[in-house]
Design a protein around this ligand. Structure first.
Ligand SMILES: Cc1ncc(COP(=O)(O)O)c(C=O)c1O
Length: 376
């Protein structure tokens, strides 16, 4: 039986035509008309005034931190429950992450714990230099509350919206309202350029600076002149062509991912010891991934047993992100709370959620999950 992947790329429109156009025009470089157009179209879709197309979401976060002036020995607040690419850039600029636990409502960074951390930091006289707010698994964090708290302490907020393109928050796109938002077009995301990212913001100077740093910080001159160190982080025109075609079908993709989630809920919703990732009241989650929590004492086995049962039928599933404060590489890092993220990791399983899944695929997954429950 062909392997069913967690979130494989899905071609939904004009990919071949636009990439062929990029090749035919000979714009096979990290600049070109598709790069400019992709930036405009993405910025318009998320309602932010400016965007810079980059080689990855990780690169976008790195540049954003550097542009905010985060440097050696600074502290940056980061949700513990995230993917490594949403945390490691803090170390690229020599700063230290302070990990913050999740709230139950959205699984995102807990605003009350941010408040506690900032109160205690202000008493010790050293505020963090920035806070990264991740919109996890297609669901927006409670950004307005977080902005109110961070504004009081003068801490700038960056949105890591890598997993949540298409999500809404209080009637606007997820991430809008923070200093800048990071998007990822990695192969597993809701739209992909195979690898790529974007930094978007209403601050034109910030995005101009990101574009400058992403192209080796080349000063304006006919020869190659450099007054500071930059990076090779620009997106290629070929990949931007792919991204434009994918972006044009974003709404359809969100509808499809939500429909897959709803179908899993219909098929599995009544099983004791199995619950679904909640949708917070402040917006629409894209359901980038459909995630269940399995409580072994009620369900009859743990999420690893379910994962292995799926794997036995050539179906990929994955545990929820392992919290950063549990990662060997961050041993010794400071963490506030942690029990919620640990619980979500212990019980959470991401089920196949690809936009191209068929009804038969969904039923196949659901039947195997159900069969694990019958083993009680
Ligand atoms: C939450 C989060 N942040 C950052 C990244 C980094 O993005 P990229 O893989 O494009 O570097 C990803 C995903 O890949 C992610 O899931």
């Amino acid at each position: 039986m062909t392997r069913l992947f967690l979130s494989p790329p899905w071609l939904g429109g004009d990919e071949q035509q636009l990439v062929a156009n990029a090749i035919a025009s000979n714009w096979i470089a990290p600049l070109g008309p598709h790069v400019d157009a992709f930036e405009h179209e993405l910025a318009e879709r998320v309602d932010m005034a400016h965007a810079a197309a980059l080689s990855s979401g990780t690169a976008a976060l790195h540049l954003a931190l550097q542009i905010l002036g985060v440097q050696r020995d600074d502290e940056v607040l980061v949700p513990s429950l995230t993917f490594m690419g949403g945390a490691s850039p803090v170390t690229f600029v020599g700063a230290r992450p302070v990990f913050i636990d999740s709230e139950r409502a959205s699984w995102n960074i807990d605003p009350d714990l941010i408040s506690e951390e900032l109160e205690s930091a202000s008493m010790s006289g050293k505020a963090p230099k920035a806070a990264i707010v991740t919109d996890l698994y297609g669901q927006a964090a409670d950004l307005d509350r977080i902005l109110a708290i961070c504004d009081r302490h003068g801490v700038p907020v960056l949105s890591d919206t890598a997993e949540a393109l298409g999500a809404t928050y209080n009637g606007r796109h997820a991430g809008k309202g923070s200093r800048a938002a990071v998007f990822s077009f990695n192969g597993n995301k809701i739209i992909t350029t195979s690898g790529g990212g974007m930094l978007a913001s209403d601050d034109g100077a910030l995005i101009a600076r990101a574009r400058f740093l992403s192209q080796q910080a080349r000063d304006p001159a006919p020869h190659y002149e450099h007054s500071e160190i930059g990076y090779n982080y620009r997106m290629s025109n070929l990949l931007a062509a792919l991204g434009r075609a994918q972006l044009a079908t974003l709404d359809e993709r969100v509808r499809r991912r939500r429909a897959i989630f709803a179908r899993y809920q219909q098929l599995l919703g009544d099983i004791p010891g199995l619950e679904f990732m909640p949708e917070a009241p402040w917006g629409q989650c894209t359901r980038w991934l459909s995630i269940v929590l399995i409580t072994p004492s009620q369900f009859g086995c743990d999420r690893e047993a379910v994962r292995l049962a799926l794997e036995g039928q050539n179906i990929e599933s994955r545990p929820v992100w392992k919290p950063m404060h549990m990662q060997p590489v961050f041993k010794g890092a400071r963490v506030r709370g942690g029990a919620v993220a640990e619980d979500l990791f212990a019980r959470g399983l991401c089920l196949p959620s690809g936009t191209g899944m068929t009804e038969a695929d969904i039923q196949r997954v659901a039947e195997i999950v159900q069969s694990c429950n019958r083993k009680v």
